[in-house]
Design a protein around this ligand. Structure first.
Ligand code: G3P
Ligand code: CA
Length: 258
């Protein structure tokens, strides 16, 4: 009965590849985004940050050391912050070898390269990462998106951030793009959130069936993160979430297909 109850919801759950298909390829690289498509995601998720020369690059951490070989290339550059390096310097880095020798030579992509490479392939969940560290980044992202009008077509893009003030700024710049607040707003905060956002995207750990109902009551959708196991995927689908962000989009696809 539980499975029957989830069947119709399951068909509408969005499968979002977190940092691409990051269980199988180096996160936030073009290889990872392309693999998310191969592994049957609907969306790929990425994190945007800004270089010293104000270029938009795809990187999760505020520093480059975990997911590139920067400590070898610039041994005296500690703490290797994204904001302290130019795009030219960052392009010298290998963003694949830390994950597997198979991905040696993979580069840190720019937002522009990613928008070009993934056009027509998957939908995009774009996270504005750490905007308070990067004055002007939110409006640069809007400008970059305007230069790629494909992504502004209905249903192709959601923009999210943990910094809700950045979303309010973005909403004024590109009001047609649906926004998602990352985190877990209280039910009392939902009416204010609904004024500019269409999605609430919390950790699955905070989510109950009642919380999903409260979000839906405000005509908001809910994408939960980061769910990598089948049991939790099934539980979230049973709660009626609209999307699941996962490092394993193929696993989620097989759960959805039953
Ligand atoms: O998409 C949700 C998720 O990406 C938020 O956490 O740390 O992976 O950016 P984080
Ligand atoms: Ca993210």
């Amino acid at each position: 009965l539980a499975l029957t109850g989830t069947a119709s919801a399951a068909t509408t759950v969005a499968d979002v590849g977190h940092r691409g298909a990051s269980a199988y390829a180096p996160e936030n690289t073009l290889a990872s985004f392309r693999l998310a498509k191969t592994r049957h995601a609907d969306y790929f998720e990425l994190d945007v940050q800004q270089t010293k020369d104000h270029k938009l690059v795809i990187m999760h951490d505020a520093t480059l050391s975990r997911t590139t070989n920067i400590e070898k290339v610039y041994p005296h550059g500690s703490p290797w912050r994204v904001r302290d390096y130019t795009l030219k310097q960052i392009k010298r880095l290998d963003a694949g070898s830390w994950f597997s020798s198979k991905y040696k030579g993979e580069r840190v992509p720019t937002l522009d390269e990613t928008l070009n490479a993934m056009q027509g392939k998957l939908k995009l969940l774009l996270e504005i990462k750490n905007p308070s560290l990067y004055p002007g980044m939110t409006s640069r992202i809007a400008t970059d998106l305007r230069a790629h009008p494909y992504w502004l077509g209905t249903g192709r893009l959601i923009v999210q951030s943990f910094e809700w003030s950045s979303l309010k700024t973005f909403h004024k710049l590109l009001p047609s793009v649906p926004l998602g607040v990352l985190g877990t707003p209280t039910t009392g905060q939902l009416p204010a959130v609904a004024k500019y956002a269409r999605y609430v995207n919390p950790t699955y750990k905070d989510v109950t069936s009642g919380y999903v109902k409260s979000v839906h009551k405000r005509h908001l959708k809910i994408f939960v993160w980061i769910v990598n196991d089948r049991t939790t995927m099934r539980r979230m689908i049973g709660y009626g979430v609209n999307g699941i962000i996962t490092n394993r989009p193929d696993t989620l696809r097989s759960v959805i297909r039953g």
